[in-house]
Design a protein around this ligand. Structure first.
Ligand code: PRX
Length: 653
């Protein structure tokens, strides 16, 4: 049906052919009973034991979902599909060099069972443990997640691109004594030595790491990978004794944790978002079914890395719970050439592609000629992770979607477990750059940051969530107080036992449009979004001050045409130290070492001082304006307004 103009906005409508086959054809937001509406999601699972109550809100904000229900995530994603589709492809893995591995549901069953048996019998892994994974995009990652889930053991996967320090911090925080990693993986044609990060992590961790389990990427161990006797184990060797073994899926309570996913916040080290089994899995499957319109017959490709929440929910748990075919790709979209994405889409006849604005901007820059001779035909397209500019949206719609494939722009976070704001693709019109409305059962509002009062349509403010939902995090691992202070304190009556008094603040800025659509504008807090990856300025600053010569630093985000944002580091040196290119390089290397290459500062500026308020708070917003060469905001609260002028002079001349 194409484009329609209503009011001053341009709307796009899905074609009838899409509507005719859609899972959801009426607005699920209407006539919903809260919280019973979420039974719709729970019904997509096969529970060992039915739940008693959808929501137990007696102790906010520690909500319980589907109380009394028993299930196992590995059973939901594998076993229950066997009677009808054991030969159906569950996972399609594409290696960077073009090798393929195809796993049917039956294959998954065998592999996950023998792995679970090995983990249990050889390493004594049991319910209640937390096992850290530092696995890249190879099949070992979903297999290991599912094997641990089968045993009722929570996994804590650290994105493969993160550094040894990041792994060590997470192992310490979670009291996790086993690390499962790989010897290597391919990036731009090169087999990287990933094992060396495990060695450094074991050294850096305070906790005594008992074992490091290594999945070999190739037939032979990476030539430069170490092997430490007594500590290291090659999974493919240890598992041989367990071939053919079966492990009963452990009956998990709905509220038993399924995994931890660490994410950046405004202050301090990354926090472990703890996700529960029942509510999370139901929410993953439910949103995938309703919003992503996934059917068992579909081939679904979410281009995220499983090391982030998007991959957990929409590569592993959601698609496998629904019994569909999920695609995962090891490498980068420009290797060996810039048509790699379209080649994979054609090869596997992908129905739904889910990617990020960063990737779309990159495709746009590379040019549509890379798509020209490719034969793909998507049913639905997705974007997620950052605000998408209208230009990128339109390019995606016209060139990847042929001017008719519906696009869903889904807003959510690591903490929320699954999508919270989007259009329902067969029901709502699309509006480029505006994600849509809160989904079924999600009570979102936009409020003034200062007063907490709802804003009028046309105005902007902070999004808040006024009622809980099943996919939400249970708590910050080991730190209930931080859970409250990070997410609830601003607008809640924290003394109250009434759910209505508890308001969750995601810390995103939104314009509430006249038609009720939410247009997300970016983070409110000091968190950056670099190519769809969340990084705290505090985390970067902590890393930079590890450099001996650095006295103080402030990190600000600079707009970037492809990545959305990149960090700029403003660095003050200790007395007597003089700045040099070498020192700047040292700052960059320290960030890579402490966090990972994705956090690498775009620029390091050596400055005399950073702007501070009279009470000593660093004004990062002013530095952000300097980085972006924008007019400076209010500087009257600064202790010394000349500092920021000097910095501007230095940066822009
Ligand atoms: O700022 C929002 C942005 O990404 C943040 C969440 O990042 P993370 O926890 O890493 O989760 C990524 C998986 C969704 C949000 O606070 N964000 C996410 N989706 C969108 C978005 N911004 C605008 N539009 C979106 N669709």
């Amino acid at each position: 049906m194409g484009k329609n103009t209503e009011e001053k906005w341009e709307y796009y409508e899905p074609p009838t052919s899409f509507i005719n086959q859609a899972n959801v054809t009426e607005d699920l937001r209407e006539d919903t009973e809260y919280p019973e509406c979420f039974e719709r999601y729970a019904d997509l699972l096969d529970w060992f034991e039915e739940y008693d109550e959808v929501l137990d809100a007696s102790n906010p904000p520690f909500y319980k979902w589907f109380t009394g229900g028993k299930l196992n995530a590995s059973y939901e994603c594998i076993d229950r599909h066997l009677p009808e589709k054991k030969d159906k492809t569950a996972l399609l893995w594409e290696g960077e060099l073009g090798t393929t591995q195809r796993f049917s549901y039956q294959d998954l069953y065998y592999k996950v069972n023998s792995l679970a048996a090995m983990l249990q019998d050889e390493f004594g892994v049991e319910k209640g443990d937390i096992v850290t994974l530092h696995l890249p995009m190879i099949p070992a990652l979903p297999l290991t997640m599912l094997a641990l889930a089968r045993l009722g053991v929570a996994h804590s996967e650290v994105f493969g691109g993160f550094s040894a320090e990041a792994v060590a911090h997470r192992m310490d925080d979670a009291d996790s004594e086993i690390l499962i990693t790989a010897d290597g993986y391919y990036r731009r044609g090169k087999l990287l030595n990933h094992k060396e990060k495990a060695d450094k992590a074991v050294e850096a961790a305070n906790i005594d790491v008992e074992n490091v389990l290594i999945w070999r990427r190739e037939d032979e161990l990476h030539p430069n990978a170490s092997f430490i006797e007594g500590q290291d184990v090659i999974v493919q060797e240890a598992i041989e004794d367990y071939y053919g073994e079966e492990v009963e899926p452990v009956e998990q309570d709905s509220e038993d944790p399924l995994f931890l996913m660490y994410t950046s916040g405004t202050t301090g080290k990354p926090k472990g978002c703890q996700h529960r089994t029942g509510g999370y899995l139901a929410y993953a499957a439910g949103t995938l079914h309703d919003v992503h319109d996934v059917k068992p017959s579909d081939t679904y490709w979410c281009m995220a890395d499983i090391g982030w929440i998007t991959g957990h929910t929409y590569i592993v748990y959601g698609p496998l719970a629904l019994g569909t075919t999920s695609v995962m790709y090891e490498g980068t979209p420009d290797y060996p050439d810039k048509d790699r994405t379209w080649e994979i889409a054609e090869k596997y006849d992908v129905d739904t592609l889910n990617t990020s604005p960063t990737a779309i901007r990159m495709f746009m820059k590379w040019g549509k000629e890379w798509l020209a001779d490719k034969d793909f035909d998507f049913k639905l397209l997705g974007t997620v992770g950052e605000p998408i500019q209208e230009e990128a949206w339109t390019w995606y719609y016209q060139n990847v979607g042929d001017g008719e494939t519906p696009i869903i722009d889904k807003w959510w976070q690591t903490e929320t477990g699954g999508n919270l704001v989007s259009t329902y693709p067969a029901v709502d019109k699309m509006k480029p750059g505006a994600a849509g409305k809160p989904l079924m059962g999600i009570e979102a509002d936009v409020v003034d940051e200062e007063t907490g009062k709802s804003v009028e349509p046309g105005e902007q403010g902070s999004i808040v969530l006024k009622k809980p939902w099943p996919g939400m995090l249970q708590t910050v691992y080991g730190n209930d107080e931080r859970f409250i202070s990070e997410y609830w304190e601003s607008f809640s009556d924290t003394e109250s036992n009434d759910m209505e008094d508890w308001i969750y603040e995601p810390e995103d800025e939104v314009r509430l449009e006249d038609d009720g659509y939410f247009r997300f504008l970016g983070r409110l807090d000091e968190v950056m979004n670099v190519a769809g990856h969340r990084l705290g300025t505090g985390e970067l600053e902590d890393a930079i001050t590890e450099v001996d010569e650095v006295a103080e630093t402030a990190v600000a985000s600079r707009d970037h045409p492809e990545k959305g944002e990149v960090p700029d580091a403003y660095v003050v040196l200790k007395e007597g130290v003089t700045g040099s290119e070498k020192l700047k390089d040292k700052v960059v290397s320290m960030v890579e070492e402490e966090i990972g290459p994705i956090a690498r500062p775009a620029n390091v500026y050596i400055v005399d001082d950073v702007p501070k308020t009279r009470s000593g708070k660093i004004m990062r917003r002013l530095l952000e304006q300097v980085s972006n060469d924008e007019p400076l905001g209010d500087t009257t609260t600064l202790r010394d307004p000349s500092i920021v002028e000097d910095i501007r002079e230095q940066v822009h001349g």
